[in-house]
Design a protein around this ligand. Structure first.
Ligand SMILES: [Zn+2]
Length: 236
């Protein structure tokens, strides 16, 4: 039984390492996805800002056209003024011209505002492009590295599992089955130690009889509370 216990302790050590590696297998793809997400967001921000700038420019163009049209109308009216016969017509035409002048002045202000908005957007675009470049660099530099790391960890886990399974072959099948069930159901901790006379797995206070038997190492013992295999830390 001492040899069996020694093997079980070694198997647990390997499974502890596998547990750590499993965490990496979960975390590394998250890291990669977050980098891909950053790059996607940065790209979207650049595109959106470019679109806003284009909208701003086309609105300015439309307003420029309005101004030109109004000028055309004003010139036409000014020419008509020369042929006007009555005072009433003259007044009406003049007021139309004034109205168009006011309109153009308002549009001018609006164009100025749009130009300011466009300048702001250009600054935002420069910042967004910079951010995108950083995200691109980050992804380019780390994507392959992370993918390789993930593959390497998977291979390491496979090797560790093989090693553990080789060890398990030396144990009676009943013990292996028990170990496997405990590993699965007890948070990957099948074999625990007597830690100052409490179970190292659940903290349950051990009975003196069990403490003695653990020390002797002649039996396969289980924690009476959590059911884990329990043995002595300095057990050789
Ligand atoms: Zn326990």
């Amino acid at each position: 039984m001492r040899e069996n216990l020694r093997i079980l302790v070694e198997m647990q050590k390997i499974d502890d390492v596998i547990g750590e590696k499993n965490k990496l297998v979960e975390e590394l793809p998250k890291k990669l996805n977050s980098m891909i997400g950053n790059q996607k967001n940065a790209t979207e921000l650049v595109d959106e800002t470019k679109e806003k700038i284009n909208e701003c420019k086309s609105t300015q163009k439309l307003k420029d056209l309005d101004i030109q049209n109004n000028h055309g109308k004003m010139n036409k009216y000014k020419n008509q003024l020369l042929d006007i016969k009555t005072n009433r017509e003259y007044k009406a035409l003049n007021s139309e011209i004034t109205h168009l002048e006011n309109k153009n002045s308002t549009i001018d202000d609006e164009i100025l505002e749009l130009m300011e908005t466009e300048a702001d957007l250009q600054n935002q675009l420069a910042a967004a492009i910079k951010k995108l470049q950083l995200a691109d660099d980050d992804l380019r530099l780390n994507e392959e590295k992370l993918k390789k790391e993930i593959e390497d960890v998977k291979i390491e886990i496979k090797t560790l599992r093989n090693n553990r399974n080789e060890m398990a072959k030396k144990l009676p099948i009943q013990i292996v089955k028990r170990y496997a069930v405990l590993l699965k159901n007890k948070n990957r901790r099948a074999v625990v130690f007597n830690e100052n006379n409490v179970c190292g797995g659940c903290g349950y206070k051990l009975r003196p009889q069990i403490i003695l038997e653990i020390k002797e190492g002649g039996k396969l013992l289980f924690c009476e509370n959590c059911g884990r295999i329990i043995t002595h830390k300095n057990f050789e």
